[in-house]
Design a protein around this ligand. Structure first.
Ligand code: PAF
Length: 298
């Protein structure tokens, strides 16, 4: 497996492949790879000629007191996994100095994720999505992909990065891959490794909550308050869960509404702490059309 660590060499490799008429798919990751990443890599290899997987723990998307310093960095293991999933893929693994040559603290130019970046997780992690959008734009310029592949577990990130590609006229197709789940429904996440056995057991309430909202929407429930309460009541039963938010928002604008309109595409999303570990989960779903909905009386 080829490993490239410099931006200049990555750009040279990508330009050569593009000049030869090959299409490149990029999977941006922060490493600590798991089954969710495997699905992204497989989607990348089947949607382009060459796959590049970036491994970079991006400092600018972590807030003060967050887990940047302890974020798992099992680089050798990641390279082995990548080699097994896709031997021809290229791993792009830059040091921070390659991505932020003037340093992370420098008064440098960055991308603003705008209002989309202040909703849901953004309300609790100020600047997080600006950091994500900034590093992903840099990764796009380094790897020059035709397609970029992201997991739908990070639904808000996906919505923002799709907008980044559209609004900045990048000509990159942003693909979302469905969340891969463990047997009990918990979404694969690098942060699951932080959970104690008791927290891991309780964490199953997170996927149960979003699924409950999805099912209620499918049955015709339109009231935001009822959907939020359905999610919160499941999370209340989980030992020691601290709910940050449980929301139903429009799938594109991420804005909450008092009542879902017939046929509207929405996102049911949850963020909750189990001990010190923050877990998120969400599901995109569409409300039944006007003729099939049977709205409940308020
Ligand atoms: O989803 C992630 O792992 C990160 O937010 C990303 C997209 C690689 C940017 O650092």
């Amino acid at each position: 497996m080829k490993i490239i660590t410099s931006v200049r060499k990555m750009q040279a490799w990508a330009s050569k492949r593009r000049a030869a008429g090959r299409r490149i798919a990029l999977v941006p990751t922060m490493g600590a790879l798991h089954a969710g990443h495997e699905a992204l890599v497989r989607a990348a290899t089947s949607s382009a000629d060459d796959a590049v997987v970036s491994i970079f723990v991006n400092p600018t998307q972590f807030g003060p007191g967050e887990d940047f310093d302890i974020y798992p960095r099992p680089f050798e293991k990641d390279v082995k996994l990548l080699g097994a999933w896709s031997p021809d893929a290229v791993a792009f693994a830059p040091e921070a100095g390659e991505m932020y040559p003037e340093g992370v603290q420098a008064d440098r130019l960055s991308v603003s994720a705008g209002a989309l970046g202040r909703r849901l997780c953004g309300a609790f992690r100020p600047g997080h999505f600006d950091g994500v959008a900034t590093v992903v734009l840099k990764l796009f310029h380094a790897c020059r992909p035709d397609v970029a592949v992201f997991g739908l577990k990070d639904a808000q990130q996906f919505v923002i990065l799709r907008r980044l590609a559209q609004d900045m006229l990048l000509g990159i197709r942003v693909m979302g891959v469905p969340t891969v789940r463990e047997a009990d429904g918990l979404a694969f996440s690098s942060r699951n490794a932080y959970l104690s056995p008791a927290e891991r057991k309780a964490a199953v309430a997170v996927p149960q909550a979003v699924r409950a909202a999805q099912e209620a929407i499918g049955r015709g429930e339109q009231r935001r308050a009822a959907l939020v309460e359905a999610m919160r009541s499941i999370l209340r039963r989980a030992a020691d869960a601290r709910v940050e938010y449980a929301e139903v928002v429009d799938a594109d604008t991420l804005q909450p509404m008092e009542a879902i309109a017939p046929g509207q595409r929405v996102l049911a999303a949850v963020a909750a702490y189990f001990g010190n570990t923050r877990l998120i989960d969400s599901v995109f779903t569409q409300a039944p059309a006007a003729d099939s909905a049977s709205p409940r009386k308020p």
